[in-house]
Ligand binder design. Sequence first.
Ligand SMILES: *Cc1c(COP(=O)(O)O)cnc(C)c1O
Length: 414
Amino acid sequence: MEHKMKPESLMMTYGYKPELSEGAIKCPIFQTSTFVFKTAEEGKAFFEVAYGKREQMPNEELGLIYSRINNPDLEILENRLCLWDNADDCAVFESGMSAITTVLLEFLAPGDLILYSNPLYGGTDHFIHHFLPKIGVHTLAFMPGKSEEELVELVNASPYKDKLKMIFIETPANPTNDLIDIEACKNVANKFNSENEVIVAVDNTYMGPLWQHPLKHGADLVMYSATKYIGGHSDIIAGAVLGRKDLMKRVKTLRTFLGNMAGPWTGWLLMRSLETLKIRMEQQQLNAIEVANYLKSHPKVKKVNYLGLIKEGTEEYKIYKKQYSGSGAMLSFDIIGEEKDAFKFLNSLKLIKLAVSLGSTESLAEHPKSMTHAGVDDEQMKEMNITDSLIRISVGVENYNDIIWDIDQALSKV
Ligand SMILES: *Cc1c(COP(=O)(O)O)cnc(C)c1O
């Protein structure tokens, strides 16, 4: 009988054949730049397919060429990542930023328009504001909370509306946890499709690949900083893009020529991380729920931004119910006070580390306004509720009683 296994059951074995590696139960690190062809004819055939000169034939077995094009550690990792998002194909990069910028460069040309959500990850924000205009790409931002009709109006008001080529979103938004409706964005994209498709690309670093599957809601591409939950141990920088076969072919081709693929060692470490992805993330979420519930009634805390605390009956709650299968492990909160009070809190933490990044086994805390979002201009910062007193916490896998104890003692110093 046909039985479809869950991704977490397949992370240890999927896509790897021990008999090709001396029976080793784990995929070895293929620390090699190039691969030996059996014959010249074979080498020719591999290149014909890799360079798109012809399609792969039905029963044709393709081999490896050169580690900038393909490497077993990356290919097996990519096959495993596809299972979580039910994607046709995946490309792994040397950083989340290289995954994101490769997508932007492949699908945008001079004269095109990109519509994007605010706030975005600082690096993405910088690339959209400072690099894309240099190559003649027009940019248009929108804030969370906009309806589908308002987004259509916004694009219609742009002189470049006929050149809309991409809608780029990050949901939940970092650091405020504002939600954006992916399906509504896809509907907007469909309204502006011309001979070139308008692509919906979603940065799913905050919730993926467990609690949100953007491809299911109409996204064409999903991107990750694999440095965060996928890597999960604060020890590597990596990124990934997943999506439809024809789009991924373009992403992988540009990756071949930019040469920004991850190396075999990173691929191997990420495979190791994927084996515990689900149990790590689930424990982090359980802990985050406890922390959010503790914070929400603390007299020194003004407001807690956490998906699990979104009020029923609101528009945001509708998006939450439709788009997410969990409340995640990222939260932020406003301390009653100013920057010095937020700093006092951060400086008083004992277990939780004061560092940027997120999604790792250890809990991390930071001050978005002066750290991760320092590059965002003041006016926008205000509009996005990134205040002097806002603290962001990435909840780790520690015992939640210890995390809460630490937050409690640090708040008592404020
Ligand atoms: C960290 C991060 C990135 C950038 O990823 P790197 O791996 O640091 O290059 C992009 N988007 C989000 C949401 C992130 O948190």
